[in-house]
Design a protein around this ligand. Structure first.
Ligand code: HEC
Length: 86
């Protein structure tokens, strides 16, 4: 299962690099639909780039109890939401 997930991530990164050269944010990564599905239940979705990584890590810490994602999915989600931020 883990290997499958890692394979998917590598596949997506390769796909993004091949299809969107120079794009700042890869178009509609799989994590975007996960975000819609899991996070849209309770509140509107924070758009990518609105919050800094450190803010997101803090704001999302209590969410680990509410939203059941794997560690990899949390990492991808924060990477996605903190795109273009430090
Ligand atoms: C079970 C309901 C629920 C789900 C599902 C949920 N949230 Fe939240 N979220 C909240 C509540 C309630 C708050 C208000 C602050 C608090 O109580 O932690 C909040 C606050 C936030 C905040 C900080 C407020 C802001 O916008 O500045 C962020 C960012 C956030 N959520 C992102 C997410 C993301 C990303 C997901 C999906 C992984 C998610 N939430 C899923 C209930 C939820």
């Amino acid at each position: 299962m883990k290997a499958l997930l890692v394979g998917t991530v590598i596949g997506l990164v390769a796909w993004g690099a091949a299809c969107a050269p120079g794009a700042e944010v890869p178009a509609a990564p799989a994590i975007a639909s996960l975000l819609k599905r899991h996070c849209g239940r309770c509140h509107t979705l924070p758009p990518p780039g609105q919050h800094s990584r450190s803010y997101l890590e803090e704001a999302l810490a209590p969410h680990h109890e509410r939203v059941h994602l794997t560690d990899e999915e949390w990492t991808q989600l924060i990477d996605y939401l903190a795109a273009n931020r430090s």
